[in-house]
Design a protein around this ligand. Structure first.
Ligand SMILES: Nc1ncnc2c1ncn2[C@@H]1O[C@H](COP(=O)(O)OP(=O)(O)OP(=O)(O)O)[C@@H](O)[C@H]1O
Ligand SMILES: [Mg+2]
Length: 424
């Protein structure tokens, strides 16, 4: 239903996407993850025909986004990251307008609105002008516009970012529900939402796909499992005939750590912060082993009081952090986390260091000199400043003229748009 084939996007000399490929099948809800600036929105804007790619191909519902964008748009519901709305329209009028554009007649619109109002929580604001709505309610309206024609393919760019926890849960519940017979590509920074709604995730970093697969496979990528073991710091086990030993003392943190470290199959032991009534440790072991029985035996043998023991495979968050570490380092201006010069590393040097950590198949043109990096970070700063301006404009725009409410993003990418329109 969605197919991206080696999509690349250049903004000037900056490569925002680098050969991004993936497929999403019918009935899949796929989480599209990545740090800020990784290229999620850019990919989504290409898939929804808002901008064209510099290279590569994409299909939605079997139709090429470059050859027949109108047909693609008919099959799509798209919620952009900053949904452009007409501020002086009421919510009801705006959604009717969106439905009319999608070819729904009045009765189809009214019957569809029952679901949209319920899912998006719009009942209280249907008669209000959009410009008077809070951020979260505007996002609900944007989501309503994406759902109103009940499209077979949904592309949602951070649909829950401004929503309150109740509404977030409702939207995620609905996305999961509609995902049973439709196709949803959902970007979010909330990994628990991905775990709630998606069976599969695609993680992008610096314009490349770094992971794509079922969540369990992604979580297992590190090849490690984690245990948390907590024992009482002040008391020992006192129950059971023949077990009482008045000479037995509660353990020190060092004793527990040392004993846990000695267990076969335990790779690392790290103390966790606790209050002063418990010692808590995090252990790591190889995937496919289970040392819980050994931990239990050890604690019984020592007569310690076990407060907690649990085994977890790595969380999605752990894997996300590990896979996107290059972005993180560059963002913080740190070339290497343990480097002595960390604090003094320039953003350009950090970016260069992060780039140099990448795999060998790095394309030649990405092998930038420090000078080029500086240019790039300037460009990125400019882009960020433009984006700030843009969101300011969004707000003014809502309060002013309808005509100005055309998508700022489209203007920004006027040249790309032209390319798309020629084929329209
Ligand atoms: N119109 C533009 N001109 C220049 N650079 C751009 C433009 N749009 C995006 N970029 C750059 O492309 C990169 C990818 O941006 P994109 O918006 O796709 O990231 P994202 O993954 O959606 O991030 P976020 O999580 O912050 O929404 C960023 O470095 C961004 O600054
Ligand atoms: Mg984005």
């Amino acid at each position: 239903m969605i197919e991206a084939q080696k999509l690349s996007k250049l903004y000037g000399s900056f490569r925002a996407l680098d050969k991004v490929s993936f497929q999403v099948r019918r009935g899949e809800v796929v989480g599209f993850l990545g740090p800020n600036g990784a290229g999620k929105s850019t990919t989504m804007r290409i898939l929804t025909c808002f901008i064209s790619a510099s290279d590569g191909a994409a299909k939605v519902h079997g139709v090429d986004v470059f050859d027949d964008p109108l047909q693609v748009r008919r099959k799509l519901g798209y919620l952009p990251q900053r949904a452009p709305l007409y501020g002086e329209m009421t919510v009801w009028d705006y959604l009717r307008f969106a439905a009319e554009m999608r070819g729904l007649d009045d009765s189809a619109f009214r019957s569809r609105m029952k679901t949209v109002v319920e899912v998006c929580g719009l009942a209280k604001v249907l008669g209000k002008d959009i410009r008077t709505l809070s951020h979260g309610y505007r996002q609900r309206v944007g989501l309503g516009q994406a759902l109103v024609h009940d499209p077979p393919v949904l592309i949602l760019d951070e649909p829950t970012s401004d929503l309150d926890p109740n509404e977030k849960a409702e939207v995620i519940r609905y996305i999961k529900e509609i995902g049973k017979n439709r196709t949803v590509l959902l970007s979010t920074h909330n990994l628990s939402e991905v775990e709630a709604a998606c069976a599969r995730a695609i993680i992008v970093s610096k314009g490349r796909v770094v992971a794509d697969g079922p969540l369990d496979d992604i979580r297992a990528r590190s090849g490690k499992v984690r245990y948390v073991v907590t024992v009482h710091e002040k008391k020992v086990y006192e129950g059971g005939e023949g077990y009482r030993d008045s000479a037995r003392k509660p353990p020190t943190a060092e004793e527990v750590q040392e004993a846990l470290r000695g267990l076969p199959g335990v790779l690392t032991v790290r103390e966790l912060p606790t209050d002063d009534s418990a010692h808590s440790f995090e252990l790591a072991g190889p995937l496919g082993t289970d040392v819980r029985a050994d931990i239990f035996q050890l604690i019984v043998q020592k007569g310690w009081l076990l407060l907690e023991m649990r085994r977890e495979t790595q969380t999605l968050e752990d894997v996300f952090k590990a896979l996107t570490r290059g972005d993180e380092r560059a963002d913080r201006g740190r070339a290497l986390l343990n480097d002595e010069d960390d604090d003094h590393a320039s953003p350009a040097a950090a970016a260069a260091a992060a780039a140099s950590e990448e795999e060998d198949d790095e394309p030649e043109d990405e092998d930038e000199s420090e000078e080029e990096d500086e240019d790039e970070s300037e460009e990125e700063d400019k882009a960020a400043a433009e984006e700030d301006d843009e969101s300011d404009e969004d707000e003014e725009e809502d309060a002013s003229d309808e005509d100005d409410a055309s998508d700022e993003d489209e203007e920004e990418d006027a040249s790309d748009e032209d390319k798309g329109k020629k084929k329209d």
